[in-house]
Design a binder for this molecule. Sequence first.
Ligand SMILES: Nc1nc2c(ncn2[C@@H]2O[C@H](COP(=O)(O)OP(=O)(O)OP(=O)(O)O)[C@@H](O)[C@H]2O)c(=O)[nH]1
Ligand SMILES: [Mg+2]
Length: 420
Amino acid sequence: MLIRAVAIVTDRNNFREFRVLAEEAGYRIVDTVYVRRLTPRGLSEAKLEEVREAVRRSLAEVVLFDKELKPKHMYNLWKHVNVQVRDRVEVILEIFRRHSPSKEADLQIKLASLNYELARAREKVLLAKSGEQPALIMGPGQYEVDKYYLEIKRRIQTIKRKLEEERRKRSVHRGMRRRRGYKTIAITGYTCSGKTTLFNYLSGMSMKTGDEPFTTLSTKYSLLKIGLWKAYIIDTIGFIQDLPPFVISAFYSTLEEVSEADIVYLVVDVSEELDKASAKLETSLDILDKLGFKGKVIIVGNKVDQINNREALRPVKSLFDATGHPSIFISAATGEGVDKLLRLTEELLGIGVETRVEIPYTRGDFFEIVGMVKEEGVGGFEELEDRMVFRGRLPEHVIDKLIHKGVKVYAEGLRSTSGA
Ligand SMILES: Nc1nc2c(ncn2[C@@H]2O[C@H](COP(=O)(O)OP(=O)(O)OP(=O)(O)O)[C@@H](O)[C@H]2O)c(=O)[nH]1
Ligand SMILES: [Mg+2]
């Protein structure tokens, strides 16, 4: 059962998104009050009255605010309407709590909530001290300022320690992948853009997808062969507008996979109106930047199966081109365009070096070497009387390995070859 809510809306353009977020968090918006801007005290008297009336009329149990609210504004609002008040950040955190798929995600959500609490603690304590009713404050009435602060900090530290272990394991795993020459491709983008649908198409897996935001809250991996490369593709948690930095940082241990990826697919739902797609693209690029991602980006315009007239994609294409990143249009649902995406990916990862490798039958490790070249290369073998010859492309790290083993390799741009 959804809880009846009155929404205060400051951003009309994104109201549809906020309504979906609210529903996913367990609220049904039964009435709305539009507000253009806040006064220093928060809502104007007239608007407060309007909200109170809406609450009374619609029998709402909660008031939702579509942006982050300062504690004093929240308090002021609560005092007038006399029902609980939740801002956008709290709504998002509630969705996270509902969708949490794992213990690690639980911890990350707790960390985000505590960070949110910490950022507001001082103001809340001041409110409580000034004798104002602390009912919407999570119990700091009985705490001294410092104690309240320290308690939150202590809990943050405990959670961070627990998460650190997971982060360490992931980092070891990443190091191992890199040493083996594996590449990493992170699928990122706004929530509901179709990241998991693409991940499923590429991996053959069937992870949960859905129209509701934040279906995916933990990273998933799959190993894929793309041209010469073995690449880990990673499905990640979606981005959203106005996500405060501390929420992002709580998920940092998982998002670290993104910041260190070789290639990021930035998925954009192009079946939406241009201004929506544009805003979501901008938000996503901004978050990638905040995560410190410096690698290559491919913008993936998804859901083209929804577009009847492909001419309509021209303005979207211009939008993508203006970012300076290459882009491809696909449908993750039907698979259209995914082959082009993979070809571009291979090009960006590197198509390797044209080589000729000679492997004498007399080598003790003959089968091992042939196996390695077959697995890592793209090309063909020729059986001669005394040796097997491979002609084709190989990644550089494999050429290094072969030379190290004393195998004869003739490659473009290679000054010398090593002979057995
Ligand atoms: N028509 C169409 N629908 C798609 C396509 N790709 C994804 N969808 C739908 O879009 C919705 C969201 O897809 P997901 O793959 O769950 O999106 P996501 O980006 O992983 O979303 P979060 O994990 O919630 O951030 C689902 O209902 C999908 O079926 C596509 O190419 N065409
Ligand atoms: Mg997903």
